[in-house]
Structures are given as C-alpha cells and as structure tokens.
Design a binder for this molecule. Sequence first.
Ligand code: BES
Ligand code: ZN
Ligand code: ZN
Length: 488
Amino acid sequence: MKLKLIGPDYASLECDALVLLEFENSPRADLASSLTAFRESGEITGKAMELTLLHSVAGHKARRVLLAGAGKPDKFDIPTFWKLAAAAARFLKGKGVKSVAIALEAGLDTPDHVSAVTQAVIEGCWEPDRLKTAADKDGSRSIEDLVISVPTASAALQSALRVGQIIGEAANLSRDISVEPPNKLTPMALAEHAQAMAKANGLSCEVLDTDRMRQLGMGAMLGVAQGSAQPGAMVIIEYKPETRNGGPAAKLALIGKGVTFDTGGISIKPSDGMEKMKYDMCGAAAVIGAMQAIAQLKPAVAVLGIIPAVENMPGSNAQRPGDIVTSLSGKTIEILNTDAEGRLILADAITYAKQLGCSHLVDAATLTGAIVVALGNSQSGVFTNNDELLGRWMTAAKSSGEKMWHMPVDDEYREMLKTVYADIGNVGGRPGGASSAAAFLKEFVGDTPWIHLDIAGTAWLDDAKPYMAKGPTAIPLASFVKLALDWK
Ligand code: BES
Ligand code: ZN
Ligand code: ZN
C-alpha cells in the first residue's frame, strides 16, 4: 500500500473514496445540503460504526464519500478509532475501491491517531484465504493508495505514519504465519520464517536444534517435543541498537509460545474445535512480526526475540502424566497434564533469556482456557512481578489500542502447584487457572522484571468482524513494538 500524509485540503483530492467522520449529536457543518435528507430519515446518525456511502458529493473531487459514524465524542478512544478505520477500509475494499483518503480533523491529529489509522487500514485489508485457489477470493481485492489528511502535516505525524505502516505490515506478516496450516507450519518451518524475516531485515537469528537443546539441558522443552515426529527448535532473534536508552545493561526479551499444533498430548483434547489449536503459535508469530518492526524502526534498546517451537503430539514417545523432567533452570517438574505444555516450553525459554543476559522479560502465550473464561475475547490478561514495568507496558498497550487487563499472580497461586515428587507440578487445578499458570512461569523468572500476557482469548477471531477478517489478530505485536520504541 502506498501512503501519503497531506494538509487539510482533502476536498480537492481525486480518489475513489474519501472517509469523513460523523459524531453522534454533532453533525458536520460541511456537506449540510447533501446530508439533510439522510439525517432526517435517520440513515445518518453518527452512531459508532455506522457506514454510509455517498456518490459524487458536491464540493468534493473524491468519487465517493464514506461517512463513518464515530459515536459519542467522549467515547472515541484509540481502540474505537482503530475499529472504525479498519471497518471503513474493509467496506471500501469490498466495493472494489483502490484509492482512499481519510480526513483527521482537529483533535484527531495526534501521532497515536495517525499511526492507529494507518495500521488499521493496512490490517483491515488482510484476508486469510491465501490457500484458496478461486480467482474471486477476498484476498485478491485491496486498497492500493492511502492518503491521510490532517490540519497541519508535521515531521512528528509523518513519523507516526511510518510507525503505523511498519507495525501494520509486520502484523500482516505475523498473521500470514499464524494462519498457515499445521501440516505446513511445523516447528522447523516456524524457525525458517524467523530466519527469513531476520535475513530480510538485517537481524541475526540462531536456531537451536534437539542436540543443542539436550546439551544445554532444556528438559522441559524437550519433554513436550518428544511426542512429535517433528523436531522442536529454540529460536533466538537478535536486534542490537546503535544508541541505547535505559543504561547499557538493558536488554529486553520478547518471548512467544510457538506450539505449532496442540493436541494436548497424552492428556488429549476433545476433537470438537481442535483445528483452532494451530493458533497455539500466535505468540511466536507476534514476536517474529515485532522483531521485523523493531529492525525497521530501530528503538534505542537491545531486544532478543525468543521462540520455543514444538508440536504437542501424543506419539509413541510422548511424555506421560507422572513423568518428571529437569528444566534448564535445574528445577524438576512433575508433568500432571501434558496439555499444560505452553508453560513447560516457556519455562526453558525464560531461563535461557536470563542466561543470555536479558534484564526485562515479556512473554506472550495462548496459555490457558481459563483466561478466556475470565476476560472473554476483548482483553488480554497481564501478569507481572514488577509494577514499574507494568506501568510501561500499560502505556504501550494504551497507545497501540490493544486492550489489556491486570491479573493477579500472588504466592497463593504458587501453592496450588505444590507436589511431593518434584519441585513443582505443571498444573494447579481449575480455579484461578490463568493465575496458577502465570505462577508456574514466575517460578522460573525469579526477580527479573517480567510481564506475562495470556492471549488465549485475543490471538485470533473465531468469526469475522466488520473491522477484521476471521483468524489471527497479531495481538500483542503493536504493544511489543511501542514498548521497545518508548524505552527509557
Ligand atoms: N493452548 C492451550 C490453551 C488454549 C485454550 C488456548 C483455548 C486457546 C484457547 C493450552 O496449552 C492448554 O491446553 N491449557 C490447558 C491447561 C490445563 C490443562 C491446566 C487449559 O487451559 O485447559
Ligand atoms: Zn495445551
Ligand atoms: Zn497450548
């Protein structure tokens, strides 16, 4: 998509469609004569997400004007704006529109608005039907030119546009990887995606194979991998900044759960809906996308992307409930349920990140069904051992428009993981399941500042929305990138 930022003269812009916002109870003063009948008939109210397409509007060179309902001004935050812009893009692309302009009027011309709108349009155009062979598939239609009009074009807004573009493209890369079927996207294929991204963006990337992981002692990771005919891999992608903020020692680890398919293993899952467990690597895909955006935006902090990649299968060599494995940290883990595999591979990834000198850890994982029960599909769960890092994280999430909710991970949840046979068990019972999973990870984190994101409810959409295709959402990629960009 070609992008351009211009000043306020959107009326004389020639394009297929111009998007203008209409707020509830405060009708636009311009276009009055063209809109009177629509307003009187109640077709245009300004209610949130209302889209009205008008042709050949007087005073505008654009071939169409799309009036986009923004709802009540006091409720118009970044997530709302993001959804509206993406819905407008999807609507217009469906009409065969190729060139679009969006006017951001006074008050909506902040860097966060400009990057959100750019990102939303790019992500809104994404479709999951790449493997369809039909010529008329949704993915064959897209917006090719996007112009954003603001009251005063400035260098700050120009750079916000670039941030939005880079994050949007990275999110779509992440979604392309996530949507790949599990017969194609094996753990090694996931590692190859990381390597290809790293090569294309000048990052280094190392892939630890089974032998290397055994030498290092990654027993928790290998225990999960051993049930599959497909070997596992630990992937490390490295970004080194030219200049640094936060002192020379600051090194951020972004760790993503990369289970390319989760059958549950011997503690096998019910078959209904199991196909969705191809999305159990969305955390990993968000890390790959975030590392691409980080390579392009060059934040002033060192970042390692770490991906434990495995397939959780019930093969003849699969680990059993009752097995005890020795993790990279040296701690022993009793496997009580082989379906709680994400925390096992993350335990070794977290220990490895610390061994590599990371000073701050952020992991993203489709970790528990319990977080979906607690928060549904609109908010990711956030767990932490450090209020200062939590503050930075929530600021990053707010600016990216990804909704996050702080959840507890107190010592009581660690109690639930006690077992007489090993240092820790891998499950803690149904109540508080998202928090006991986080407590398991915390055992391996120790005192290093850490954020854990449980994205089981937010990593993909089961059904298409007006603003987004069915399938992966790339959450929390944008917040990962903003955290690194704003590092102090
Ligand atoms: N990948 C699943 C979690 C999941 C569930 C993600 C639903 C997305 C949607 C994870 O590996 C898992 O199976 N967790 C178990 C843990 C339990 C055995 C303690 C779960 O949540 O049921
Ligand atoms: Zn599982
Ligand atoms: Zn899983």
